[in-house]
Design a protein around this ligand. Structure first.
Ligand code: HAM
Length: 421
């Protein structure tokens, strides 16, 4: 492959596919706004430590997948592999904990992970994510999960169920860790080399390993939900009651551990069997210690991120598409002076908000009309020597062939009459 090709695992999003992306993004903005979330736009580049310290050294992301490089000032920088760490960094750096609580933020944009590309897995992929800070009550968990399901419903993916789990907090996690270590110690010989290392560093990760031998060995492994402290258990039980109140369909998945270390208590994932091996369309959870780990005050938080490419793939399978923007007018002109006039008329229509194309060349009237038809223009505006002399515009309505002559301001009225029909 030559240098003038996109990098492996990185894709262009072109029209008409991009219309579906824009449609999803616009619905997401509306849904988030309705729940009181505002946008944050953190940078794509961060100091490497932002990610190593939050996502965790023993995770696949930090261990193998980060795009890390040294810049000309000898700083180690990383292209963000996810959004949460950046948002937490921004939250602390900008003193956002002094603002009224909760602070509810959303973001959209590209993330980078050096993974083996396959269906539903790219090296540059896009997330729509949210992070909410300052409330430890499970009402916030329920609201955030309900918002995710509502977003999926509005884009055309109603009927998906959310899997939930609780991973415990800094009080109950150490005891659970011990139980896991004990469970896996006699099985060390049958685990993959990564899991042998994980056994030391973070045994929870073994529960997430995709190697068939490890999957077999972890049958009957203890579940975090059986080792929760009283507070975590109550939080998890209340969350389930609230989700029922909000009519959010969910299932308990005690095996879900998530691939990032910052999670505490609530974890959730929305999966679809239609996605194949990479089956999570969205995922998230609580990370009540992260703000403090970043040097901020003790601030509970929860969020999720949704994978755009996977969402688009699911919607395309269901033949959900978004319509291309309608071309309101195509300005056809014949002759040197009319062509100049045509450009001015097109400009005027565009300023009034009509999507307008103009013919640039000197092709025949027939060819220009054919092009207007091909572009699906609602109206063709025709300017020839006669029209120029009379100060009028000829028009043709493409839906029924109706035609006539109008002044420039009448043309605007004409275009708006049936704009949204
Ligand atoms: P995550 O599970 O690593 O969580 O990613 C969230 C979603 O991003 C996945 O469910 C998937 O849809 C998509 N995704 C991840 N990697 C790829 C890839 N290589 N190619 C295509 N899509 C991908 C996080 O990133 C957390 N920051 C979520 C979160 C926010 N937790 C709390 N707040």
């Amino acid at each position: 492959m030559g240098p003038f090709r996109a990098v492996k695992g990185v894709q262009d999003v072109l029209p008409p596919d991009v219309f579906l992306w824009q449609h999803i993004e616009s619905i997401a903005c509306d849904v988030f706004r309705a729940y009181g979330f505002d946008e944050i736009r953190p940078p794509i580049l961060e100091h490497t430590e932002v990610f190593t310290r939050s996502i965790g050294q023993a995770t696949d992301i930090v261990d193998k997948e980060m795009y890390t490089f040294t810049d000309k000032g000898n700083r180690s920088l990383t292209l963000r592999p996810e959004g949460t760490a950046s948002v937490v960094r921004a939250f602390v750096q900008n003193g956002m904990h002094t603002l009224p609580s909760p602070q509810k933020l959303y973001y959209m944009g590209p993330m980078f992970r050096y993974e083996r590309p396959q269906k539903g897995r790219q090296r540059q992929f896009h997330q729509i994510g949210v992070e909410a800070f300052g409330i430890s009550d499970p009402k916030l968990d329920a609201e955030v999960i309900a918002m995710l399901m509502e977003l999926l419903r509005q884009v055309g993916l109603g009927g998906l169920s959310c899997e939930i789990n609780s991973l415990g907090c800094s009080k109950c996690r150490p005891a659970f860790r011990e139980v896991l270590v004990k469970f896996f110690t006699p099985k060390l010989g049958s685990l993959c080399t990564d899991c042998v290392r994980r056994h030391n560093e973070n045994p929870l990760r073994i529960l997430d390993c995709k190697v068939p031998g490890c999957i077999k060995e972890r049958k009957g492994a203890p579940a975090a939900t059986d080792h929760l402290c009283g507070e975590c258990r109550e939080h998890f039980e209340t969350l389930q009651i609230l989700l029922n109140d909000l009519r959010v369909s969910f299932t308990l998945n005690p095996e879900m551990v998530r691939g990032l270390d910052y999670y505490t208590s609530t974890a959730f994932e929305v999966t679809s069997t239609d996605l194949g091996a990479q089956n999570a369309v969205a995922a998230g959870g609580r990370y009540d210690n992260l703000v403090k780990d970043f040097g901020g005050p003790d601030t509970p938080a929860i969020g999720f991120a949704l994978g755009m490419e996977r969402l688009v793939a699911l919607l395309s399978d269901k033949a959900v598409s978004a319509e291309a923007p309608v071309l309101d007018a195509y300005v056809v002109s014949i002759g040197k002076e009319p062509v100049r006039k045509g450009l001015v008329i097109a400009e005027r229509l565009r300023m009034k908000g009509f999507r307008t194309e103009v013919s640039y060349g000197s092709s025949s009237l027939k060819n220009q009309m054919r092009r207007a038809d091909k572009l699906g223009a609602r109206y063709v505006i025709i300017i020839g020597e006669d029209e120029l002399r009379e100060g009028m515009l000829s028009y043709k309505r493409m839906s029924d062939g109706a035609s006539g002559k109008v002044s420039a301001s009448e043309a605007e009225g004409l275009l708006s009459t049936d704009k949204n029909n």
